[in-house]
Design a protein around this ligand. Structure first.
Ligand SMILES: [Ca+2]
Ligand SMILES: [Ca+2]
Ligand SMILES: [Ca+2]
Length: 456
């Protein structure tokens, strides 16, 4: 309980203005998880379903500036081929939109698709424009910018794909051969648009894809969207994060999460919440969310499971935030092998249904379960260490029965003395076996070794 009280104190002294977002809302987005930057937490796939959404729970509803995506394509993945990376991006300024792969470690080709919905409402990707080489001498790729504004581009959700030169997106038609979505010659510097018929087809698969490497896609005219869906939730670990959830006032009923059945909070709901995923914690999670606007009320629901199969495990308890807003806090014991997803947003209730949006702060802390008596990670019972408990369950129990300090606070010199008194001592030194040269006979040769090492 002391740890939790200390965490709450930490929350109270953590002013919103001091919070950082660790670049999790741009301007640089990393495919992730760690080797090439923060942001994404899984490999970007080759299809719409597996594409990585460039979206953050910390971004405001209008999105935050996106200047670069960093990632990697390779065949070294143990689980699957990773030769195409596709990202879902939000183009807000089509006249000024550009993408270039300058600075990438291989000969790239890039492909832009627009999101359309099919007759069943399922997103599909239609080709817009592609480029292999920006010039006769450079093998990086560029669309828009100095190569001219992209014809027919409009604001909205798009997909941008990167692969090695020669790679080709195809439509699933015209079998047994395939129908390419672009007609281009590898090595060409032409900015290629699809033909009229190609422009009406949608992405199904890729062919001729080769080994890539590290890349960066430099962007203008696009933003990091806010994570408005479970599927777009990125991982947040312990820390304090500033979110810019201002302006999410479009309280569409389809975007509400009711807090009556989930949390027992009557006829109230989260209005159009943002989503994130909690980093693994083997211990107790403390989660608090505070709006900075004093009239705003924010709450959250913690779910376990996966998107589409979520079960609520915790709801925020209302708490008055240090900045004056009305936030929420929850504490729960996490299973390190489960996924936890959090939806948070303005807490709204009947009958007024007024949504008051705000920027604010997310505070996450994981208090790991301390290694217990007998756990090897605790350290020897016969040496001091700054943490409680020791590696022999019986000795640890015997010492702590007389001196609880050793299991509650720290295994200090007194605990070590008690261990020598109460437990079988550690093996003597030098080793028990006097046959030092291991020849099966204890003789003068062993004595010579002993004398030669005297003092050490
Ligand atoms: Ca990748
Ligand atoms: Ca990939
Ligand atoms: Ca190229």
């Amino acid at each position: 309980m002391n740890t939790l009280l200390r965490l709450i104190v930490l929350l109270l002294i953590a002013a919103p203005c001091a919070a950082g977002d660790g670049e999790l809302a741009g301007p640089i987005w990393g495919e992730g998880p760690e080797s090439n930057g923060a942001g994404g937490t899984k490999d970007a796939g080759a299809t719409i379903e597996t594409s990585q959404q460039v979206a953050s729970p910390l971004a405001p509803s209008s999105g935050s500036t996106l200047t670069r995506i960093s990632g990697r394509t390779s065949t070294t993945s143990l689980l699957q081929a990773d030769l195409v990376d596709l990202y879902e991006i939000n183009i807000t300024n089509p006249a000024n939109f550009s993408a270039s792969t300058s600075g990438s470690g291989f000969d790239t080709a890039i492909f832009l698709f627009r999101r359309v919905l099919d007759n069943n409402g399922v997103p599909q990707a239609q080709p817009v424009v592609m480029n292999d080489n920006v010039s006769d001498v450079d093998t990086w790729s560029q669309i828009g910018g100095s190569t001219g504004a992209i014809v027919g581009l409009s604001a909205g959700i798009h997909y941008i794909g990167i692969t090695k030169t020669g790679g080709l997106p195809i439509a699933c038609r015209g079998e047994p051969s395939y129908a390419p979505l672009y007609t281009y010659t590898p090595g060409s510097k032409i900015v290629v648009y699809p033909s009229a018929s190609q422009a009406s087809w949608t992405l199904c698969d890729w062919v001729n894809i080769g080994e890539g490497g590290d890349y960066q896609i430099n962007l203008t005219g696009a933003v990091v969207s806010r994570s408005a869906t479970c599927a777009s939730a990125i991982v947040l670990g312990s820390g304090t994060y500033a979110f810019g959830n201002v302006g999410v006032a479009t309280d569409a009923e389809s975007r509400r999460i009711g807090l009556g059945a989930n949390c027992g909070y009557g006829n109230s709901w989260l209005a159009s919440p943002n989503w994130f995923r909690l980093d693994s914690c083997d211990g107790t999670v403390q989660l608090s969310i505070c709006p900075s606007t004093t009239t705003a009320e924010y709450n959250f629901v913690v779910y376990q499971g996966s998107c589409g199969d979520l079960e609520p495990v915790a709801c925020g308890e209302p708490v008055a935030c240090s900045g004056g807003g009305n936030g929420a806090t929850a504490t729960f014991v996490a299973d390190p092998c489960r996924d936890y997803l959090v939806a948070f947003g303005p807490w709204t209730a009947s009958p007024s249904g007024a949504v008051i949006t705000s920027a604010g702060t997310i505070f996450i802390a994981c208090a790991p379960n301390a290694p217990s008596c007998g756990d090897a990670a605790t350290g020897s019972c016969f040496t001091t260490h700054g943490t409680p408990n020791c590696d022999s369950a019986s000795c640890c129990g015997a010492v702590c029965a007389v001196d609880p300090f050793c299991c509650n606070t720290q295994w200090d010199a007194i605990c070590v003395q008690e261990a020598y008194l109460l437990c079988a001592p550690p093996p003597p030194c030098p080793p028990n076996d006097p046959d030092l040269d291991g020849n099966g006979v204890i003789d003068g040769a062993d004595l010579a070794i002993l004398l030669s090492q005297w003092g050490t």
